[in-house]
Design a protein around this ligand. Structure first.
Ligand code: HEM
Length: 151
């Protein structure tokens, strides 16, 4: 079965979209809405993590502010909820679809390295190294999402 199908956008402009072949049971609009929300949460997660990493490196008190500790959890919950929703509506399940499996593996590494970078790393130097590795890991997640390698 082809992995994508071409589809006319509902905007009436005649643009052609590539959407996963297995979304024929749902409306293209709801797929695009959830996917764009998911991308938004992913970009916010990257921006928020980069800012917290900067505050960690500059030893800013803002890193310990209540909003800094609470907001990422809310965004990450929404990111994960939209991810699960996309998995279900596009029927691209982990272990069956390579790039989804890769994303989950890298996400677990990102959480682990990120915790070391912002909290658990013993010295500022080691936290800085974990921070860079976390950024490389999230770059890998974006690459996997956009290129969809796998089996
Ligand atoms: C930091 C974590 C994540 C980032 C940065 C991220 C990023 C992205 C991006 C950029 C896209 C759009 C790809 C495109 O335009 O085709 C996407 C789509 C998607 N993501 Fe994520 N994602 C993350 C986590 C996850 C997780 C954990 C899962 C699975 C449990 C997941 C499942 C999906 C699915 C199913 C799609 C739809 C792909 C399609 O249209 O075929 N994502 N993600």
């Amino acid at each position: 079965m082809p992995r994508h199908r071409a589809c006319r956008a509902n905007s009436g402009e005649g643009a052609t979209l590539r959407i996963p072949a297995r979304t024929d049971h749902i409306s293209v609009n709801s797929y695009l809405l959830i996917k764009n929300l998911h991308i938004g949460f992913a970009l916010l997660s990257l921006a928020g993590f980069t800012l917290r990493g900067f505050w960690m490196l500059t030893e800013s008190a803002l890193l310990q502010a209540r909003a800094t500790r609470v907001l990422p959890h809310i965004n990450d919950t929404l990111l994960l909820a939209s991810a699960i929703w996309l998995v279900v509506i596009t029927r691209q399940y982990p272990l069956l679809v390579g790039w989804v499996t890769i994303k989950i593996g890298l996400l677990l590494l990102y959480i682990g390295f990120g915790t070391m970078a912002l909290k658990r790393g013993k010295t500022r130097k080691s936290r800085a190294v974990y921070f860079v590795v976390s950024l490389l890991t999230i770059a890998g997640i974006f690459t996997a999402a956009l290129t969809k390698p796998g089996w």
